[in-house]
Write a protein that binds this ligand. Structure first.
Ligand code: NOJ
Length: 744
């Protein structure tokens, strides 16, 4: 449809119809019969039936049949036949589930992230999703926050930028109306990941410079690469909730960054500004949100019930309303919904695409590239398929809950467990199995179940049962040559509203490991979790440690591929793992203090009881190959804008195992007008090496890489000396010095 036609359509709309476009409700309300609609959820939303058939979009209803039913019913009652938009949370997969986003980022591989994203949206699109609430690009530094699992770039702004672009490209392609594409909604704008003390929804207060330097780049990258939508965050930013923050949404987002797409609030976030204490009632919340620039109100009724009065009272102009409506009509038009209101969904396609053999095979391959090998003493891994008896022990040894907390549309049938996967590789006779323990004790799981609206459980004779599970595990372990222990967080311990003050594996699982370690057998631990954990005890009692996060549908098969050496692990951490929770927030690109912790003097910036550095640093991850770095050379030790320089390094695989290595380049501005981090990631390359192969790897250093937000909030490079570091993680590097001049 041409723009003039859209403007025509807008002209024909009544004020109520326009306001309807700015309202989003959860899809269930359409799938209920009339009685329950008017007495059930709708009543609590206080939406009139008339308004229901004017709302512009729907949340989390997918499935070809459902979409057709809802769209048909809606259009049959809609005066102007403006189709509904269907938006969904397809975070790390739809029917086929991929590793959680933080794991995908640990691949440090654009192709891996692209393919996980692409297949997810191909499946969700076949089921009718027009818009996906992804990518989540919030920068995260505090593992107490449960949503670090969703962060594609982890603690690094550059990784966030790179993967934001990759994901938007994968979702949207060249044309969002085409088969296999959909609109991306980048979230949560802004700085949601900086919640104080890692407590979800909590206050964010930071300098504008800090915000621009670290938190903004990933959102900006998604916007510059064409993301059609952006979602506001729940938190306040410097005193004002994001959803009613005119500086954030009008000045920065629209004017400075030039964002033309739709702004949607997070779930009931507009109404929550009343609880924040910046709006006295829903009417004021509606006023402040629309004035700030929020186009769609997700699941609070403040726009539906108050915008009309605000316009009639002359407080909100019709023009403002029209602008928001036009943005929504424009997206519907770009998606081709006026011509085909069902988008790309039909039942036949759905059957063909969802969890297809191709998608499962792809998932198995992609997933293995997201694992991070944290420890491998005496090269105990990979295991030999032939001769050993393996005791597979732990609550994750035969468990399908390995999809992560966002797997709301997943197909949970036929998910291989580790036990199946091990038996497939080795045959049944050499695999002994024991559960060993539950993931959590009754007292730990109950608060989670209750918060989810479920009933608490009661485990009769819990202590005795625990003892029995432990004894069985020890018996099994005694008969084996090697122990493979599968432990981790419960999948509901990470995700939204899953902040934790203690970020260790539960005591019963630690106890299991402690007891097994007394047998003095080799232990390989496989770790399922959604956040960096405090791993000291586990790492010390374990010979090999493989971080697999929540790996998704094909996770178990991918794990055995890595454990038995069919795939060489190549993931690297995107978040620092702390020594103790007291270190949080911890990140590699920190500022030096005036008293850096160089040695053990008393009056330096350090902890008395633990080291200052992380337990596992950013960028860290082992391989079955052995990579060595040497001969760092820069093309010149002077550079300027027009004379960028290159830096080269030799990387050699000193092993007969082929493998991939992520070569990382960091830069430090040694003296500047404001403090600068000890190092910042500026580029990386993931390269494949044949056995004993040596490669010369080259990076360019450009002026752009040296820029930062100075005290006047200008984004500029300053003249002076810089250090370039290259290495296999943020701590293990070799370095050189160069000088930057504006002109030379
Ligand atoms: C709340 C979450 O914060 C957001 O990430 C999600 O997209 C919405 N709910 C919709 O489900």
């Amino acid at each position: 449809m041409r723009k003039e036609k859209l403007l025509d359509l807008l002209k024909q709309m009544t004020r109520e119809e326009k306001i309807g476009q700015l309202v989003q409700v959860a899809g269930e309300v359409f799938l209920m019969d009339n009685v329950s609609v008017t007495t059930g959820p709708l009543k609590s939303l206080e939406l009139s039936n008339e308004m229901l058939y004017q709302v512009g979009s729907i949340l989390n209803i997918v499935g070809s049949e459902k979409i057709r039913k809802v769209q048909d019913e809606y259009l049959s009652k809609s005066r102007l036949k403006i189709p509904l938009l269907f938006m969904a949370d397809v975070i790390n997969g739809y029917r086929t589930v991929f590793p959680i986003p933080i794991a995908q980022g640990c691949s440090w591989d654009k192709e891996v992230v692209y393919n996980c994203t692409k297949i997810s949206i191909q499946e969700a699109g076949a089921s009718g999703a027009n818009v996906n609430f992804s990518p989540m690009v919030d920068l995260v530094r505090d593992s107490r926050w449960g949503r670090v699992m969703e962060s594609i770039g982890g603690e690094d702004p550059y990784l966030g930028e790179v993967f934001a672009k990759t994901m938007v490209e994968a979702y949207q392609g060249e044309d969002i109306s085409k088969l296999g594409n959909a609109a991306a909604c980048v979230k949560h704008f802004a700085a949601y990941g900086a919640a104080e003390a890692g407590r979800d929804y909590n206050t964010v207060d930071m300098s504008e410079r800090e915000f621009r330097q670290y938190y903004l780049p990933a959102y900006q990258s998604a916007i510059e690469n064409g993301a059609e939508m952006i979602m506001t965050s729940f938190n306040t930013i410097n005193g004002i909730p994001a959803s009613v923050n005119p500086w954030l949404l009008r000045e920065l987002l629209r004017k400075e960054l030039g964002f033309q797409g739709i702004v949607i609030s997070d779930y009931s976030a507009i109404e929550e500004t009343i609880a924040h204490g910046v709006c006295k009632d829903k009417k004021e919340a509606a006023y402040k949100a629309i004035m700030a620039g929020v186009d769609i109100d997700m699941m609070s009724n403040v726009y539906a019930n108050h915008l009309k009065d605000l316009v009639e009272e002359g407080k909100v102009s019709e023009r403002l309303l029209d602008e928001a409506v036009l943005r929504i009509l424009t997206l519907k038009n770009k998606l081709g919904l006026f011509e085909n209101p069902y988008g790309n969904t039909n039942e036949e396609r759905e059957k063909k695409v969802l969890k297809s053999k191709h998608n499962l095979q792809a998932a198995r391959k992609l997933t293995a590239d997201t694992f991070v090998l944290l420890k491998n003493e005496q090269q105990i891994l990979p295991l030999n398929k032939e001769n050993k008896k393996i005791a597979l022990i732990g609550p994750y040894a035969d468990n399908i809950s390995i999809l992560g907390s966002w797997s709301i549309f997943s197909d949970k049938s036929k998910i291989p467990t580790l036990k199946h996967a091990f038996e497939e590789k080795m045959g049944t006779q050499n695999i002994l199995y024991a559960k060993g323990s539950e993931i959590l004790e009754e007292k730990e799981i109950n608060p989670i179940l209750i918060a989810d609206g479920g009933k608490p459980i009661h485990i009769e004779n819990e202590k005795e049962k625990q003892k029995q599970l432990l004894e069985e595990a020890i018996e099994v372990a005694k008969q084996a040559d090697i122990i493979v222990l599968a432990i981790g967080e419960h999948y509901r311990q990470s995700g939204e509203a899953c902040s934790r003050a203690n970020i260790e594996i539960s005591q019963i699982q630690q106890n299991l490991l402690n007891e097994l370690s007394k047998l003095k057998k080799k232990i390989v631990t496989i770790l399922f979790n959604g956040r960096p954990l405090v791993l000291k005890n586990i790492a010390e009692k374990t010979d090999a440690l493989l971080e697999v996060w929540f790996p998704g549908t094909e996770g178990a098969n991918s794990i055995t591929d890595v454990i038995f050496g069919d795939v060489n692990p190549s993931g690297k951490l995107t978040m620092s793992f702390p020594q103790a929770v007291g270190q949080c927030p911890i990140y590699y690109n920190y500022y030096n203090t005036g008293r850096p912790h160089i040695n053990n003097y008393r009056y330096v910036s350090r902890y008395q009881d633990i080291p200052t550095q992380s337990y596992y640093p950013f960028g860290y991850g082992l391989s079955y190959s052995k990579f060595e770095y040497s001969d760092l050379k820069i093309s010149s030790n002077k550079m300027s804008k027009n004379n960028p320089i290159t830096v080269t390094v030799k990387v050699k695989n000193y092993s007969n195992i082929p493998g991939k290595e992520v070569i990382q380049m960091y830069i430090q501005d040694l003296v500047a007008s404001i403090v600068r981090p000890v190092k910042e990631l500026k580029s990386f390359k993931k390269e494949y090496f044949r056995p004993w192969e040596e490669k010369q790897i080259t990076f360019e250093i450009t002026e752009e890489m040296l820029k930062f937000w100075n005290e006047k909030l200008e984004h500029k490079a300053e003249e002076g000396e810089f250090k370039v570091f290259i290495g296999s993680n943020s701590e293990d590097t070799i370095e050189e010095i160069f000088e930057y001049r504006e002109a030379n």
